[in-house]
Design a protein around this ligand. Structure first.
Ligand SMILES: [Zn+2]
Length: 397
């Protein structure tokens, strides 16, 4: 059976937005046709606008049980990590599973159809097996001691294969961040990416603490690592250059490569980075930045079509909800000059391209299965996102 949805505006990412448009969908969710008319007798009017399903490019599903447990804006990045460590293993397996189940459902209902999800363990595997969301799992490696790099990578490759063989989605091994990895481990991930482990993401330039530690092993992160009993003397990814420009030359085979957070990244650094690496994505997670440090990235830098920008929610340890629309509202409130259509592109097709799933997701186009999202409370004439607006996945069955 074919269902037809009509809306005042449909953003397709495949040509200009369609005013008073119709989209026909079959029972498998495949777009049958889209245009200014429909011969269907089974038409449902949708208030607001229709967009392709959202792609959440950065999440940590396995931290969902930490919702509300790590205090907001406490001593910057190192304070957040301290809080995270204190609570991370405080819940039972059942509590963690239930929290992940609810987080997955929340994302689905809000209109998220695909997720790039960081995992350190296999606890999210059963949720991903059953979910109707497409998951690409980023198996994340951490380790400051260069002598342990090979062992860490080997374990991560086994976990990656477990996700590949046991879920419908895909998986790759990825580095955590410049401050938590030896150069040997970063290079090992790069070598693995060259063979088969792509796409790749890395947390990047999220806080002042990261800059201090990567410059001369000083600052609050240094104290935190020492408190954990780590031997930071062996940590070698240090330089006067910023963490991104110091680390990027080790990641040239990671293509595509997504920088996550970019809170302190400047336009000049981005110019150099794009000269060093020709397949970069920039992931914005503004609500997590607000939660952890209270500081947003320089969002105006990204308001162009040259940079490939994506949007992520990060985890419920550092966010109140896993809602891509809430992330877009925060960006739009801080920078109303960023066009609404561009925000939708960041939240849909760019993430789909990064994850390599843009033949199915990211565009409302015949033959694709992007999922359809209804966003209400949008000023259709000026395309302004209203703070009260809500998004939801349209049920085509
Ligand atoms: Zn993260």
């Amino acid at each position: 059976m074919i269902r037809t949805f009509k809306a005042d505006l449909i953003i397709t990412n495949d040509g200009p937005p369609l005013r008073n448009g119709y989209v026909d969908v079959n029972s498998e969710g495949v777009i049958v046709s889209i245009g200014e008319e429909s011969s269907s007798s089974n038409i449902t009017e949708v208030s607001g606008i229709i967009t392709p399903g959202f792609v959440n490019s950065h999440c940590h599903l396995e931290l969902s049980h930490l919702k509300g447990k790590v205090k907001e804006r406490t001593d910057g990045m190192s304070g957040f990590i301290k809080g995270l460590f204190a609570e991370r293993f405080s819940s039972s397996d059942e509590e963690m599973a239930q929290a992940m189940f609810l987080a997955d459902k929340e994302m689905h209902d809000e209109g998220i159809v695909a997720v790039g999800d960081i995992s350190n363990f296999d606890i999210s595997l059963p949720i991903k097996q059953k979910s109707s969301i497409y998951y690409h799992t980023f198996v994340e490696v951490v380790g400051q001691d260069p002598s342990k790099a090979d062992d860490i990578l080997e374990k991560a490759m086994l976990l990656r294969d477990e996700y590949i063989f046991n879920t419908k989605g895909s998986a790759s091994v990825v580095p955590h961040a410049p401050y938590s990895m030896s150069r040997a481990l970063i290079s090992a991930v790069n070598k693995e990416a060259f063979h088969k482990s792509r796409p790749v993401s890395i947390h990047m330039q999220e806080s002042d603490d990261e800059f201090l530690f990567c410059k001369d092993k000083s600052g609050p992160l240094s104290e935190f690592f020492l408190g954990l009993g780590l031997n930071i003397r062996v940590f070698d990814n240090i330089s006067d250059a910023c963490p991104m420009l110091n680390t990027l030359p080790l990641l040239t085979d990671c293509k595509p490569l997504m920088m996550v957070h970019n809170t302190l990244t400047t336009a000049a650094q981005i110019d150099i980075a794009t000269a060093l690496h020709n397949d970069l994505y920039w992931c914005l997670c503004p609500n997590a930045n607000n939660y952890i440090t209270g500081r947003l990235p320089h969002l105006c830098i990204y308001n162009n079509d040259e940079l490939k920008v994506t949007v992520g929610t990060d985890s419920l340890a550092s966010n109140h909800r896993l809602s891509i629309l809430d992330e877009l509202k925060t960006i739009a409130a801080a920078h109303p000059e960023i066009p609404f259509e561009r925000l939708i592109k960041w939240a849909t097709i760019n993430g789909a391209e990064f994850l390599g799933i843009d033949k199915k997701f990211g565009k409302i186009k015949a033959g694709m299965t992007p999922g359809l999202v209804q966003i209400d409370n949008v000023n259709i004439e000026n395309l302004v996102l209203n703070g009260e607006g809500k998004s939801k996945l349209i049920n085509w069955l």
